[in-house]
Design a protein around this ligand. Structure first.
Ligand code: NAD
Length: 326
């Protein structure tokens, strides 16, 4: 992207977990930010309103409440955008199995609407939130962008593969630089309440049982949200090729049992475990090869897992004390 003074970035999904952190950082850097978000009720809308509240008084920030599926609304967004960071999506693997059509409508049709906007307005930089889930059950670890991935095992994962492919079409036909970033389980302050760390911490603090699927040996590459934000900013600055798929993970794995142990340690409380069978659509392991991100984006994830859990705890407990939505 041409980094002239005050670049203007359209962030879809900017009221959510990752998007609101990205908006924080871009505004701190003096960039202009427009957010398009429909404040989807997938989780507490009050939490999303809290996420955007500090931004609303910033003259460089503009919030549009609306749906990415509404092509008329998307066409009429005002602003001369230098880049789009497309984060709005129905997220979550398990709910996608229950409601696959809604996932395709938002994640595929919605993505196409944003690509159409980029085509019509000649917006040359498009960063797309893809996911580690596109790898399915991939036995070759760590997972590399050159691995064959067209075997997704959930509608959510299928919708993200579709987004990556649609992006290639628009990049090829219209010269839009399209960067698909495959995020690996993101955590930190404001984490989505449906994700395990948030859900477990909440239940452990209340003395409730936590549902643990499988025997605790499944492993995840957990990535701290600030590291993801710097990866996205690296992608906004990237200009060397027209289409890239890039993993953003931490480049190490933590078992489910270790994750629960870290939360127990940080909260100083023992978890009550309700062991349940593995869930369809879940994968046993996610593990990112991040050498491409390091090379192309200067990506350098820094947060130790336990310190990230501490940052989450500080955010969480402050909200509990002030009776804010979690
Ligand atoms: P989030 O749910 O907190 O944020 C998504 C935002 O998109 C929400 O604010 C929601 O209101 C908005 N949104 C949903 N549907 C919309 C629609 N139709 N129109 C406009 N806005 C809509 O989720 P997140 O964890 O911040 O994830 C952001 C992106 O990163 C998503 O695309 C997700 O699939 C992807 N991702 C996240 C993770 C993770 O671990 N959090 C991992 C891999 C990929």
């Amino acid at each position: 992207m041409n980094l002239h003074q005050n670049p203007h970035v359209l962030i879809t999904g900017g009221a959510g977990f990752i998007g609101s952190h990205l908006a924080d950082t871009l505004l701190d850097m003096g960039w202009q930010v427009t957010v398009l978000d429909n404040l989807d009720p997938y989780y507490a809308v009050e939490l999303k309103r809290e996420n955007i509240a500090p931004h609303l008084s910033n003259p460089n920030y503009h919030f549009v409440e609306g749906d990415i599926q509404d092509s008329e609304l998307v066409d009429t967004l005002t602003g001369s955008f230098d880049a789009i960071v497309h984060l709005a999506a129905r997220a979550g693997v398990r709910p996608s199995i229950k409601d696959p059509i809604a996932y395709m409508d938002t994640n595929v049709k919605g993505t196409q609407n944003l690509l159409e906007l980029a085509r019509a307005r000649e917006i040359k930089q498009f960063v797309f939130a893809s996911s580690s889930s596109v790898y399915g059950v991939n036995p070759h670890t760590p997972w590399s962008e050159s691995d064959y991935v067209l075997k997704p095992i959930s509608p959510y994962a299928g919708s993200k593969v579709s987004g990556e492919l649609l992006g290639h079409v628009y990049s090829h036909l219209y010269g839009i630089r399209f960067l698909a970033l495959r995020f690996f389980t993101v955590f930190g302050p404001r984490q989505r309440p449906d994700l395990a760390i948030n859900k477990f911490a909440r239940k452990i603090l209340k003395g409730e049982e936590i549902p643990v699927f499988g025997d605790g040996t499944t492993r995840r590459d957990y990535t701290f949200v600030r590291d993801i934000v710097w990866g996205i900013i690296g992608a906004l600055n990237y200009e060397d090729s027209e289409y890239e798929i890039i993993n953003l993970g931490a480049g190490r794995t933590i078992s489910l049992a270790e994750m629960i142990g870290s939360i127990e340690e940080v909260l100083g409380k023992t978890a009550k475990i309700n062991r349940l069978p593995e869930q369809p659509g879940d994968v046993p392991l996610t593990y990112a090869d991040i050498s491409k991100a390091r090379e192309l984006l200067g990506y350098n994830p820094k947060m130790e897992f336990i310190d990230g859990i501490r940052a989450f705890k500080d955010w969480y407990l402050e909200r509990e004390i002030y009776n804010l939505p979690i």
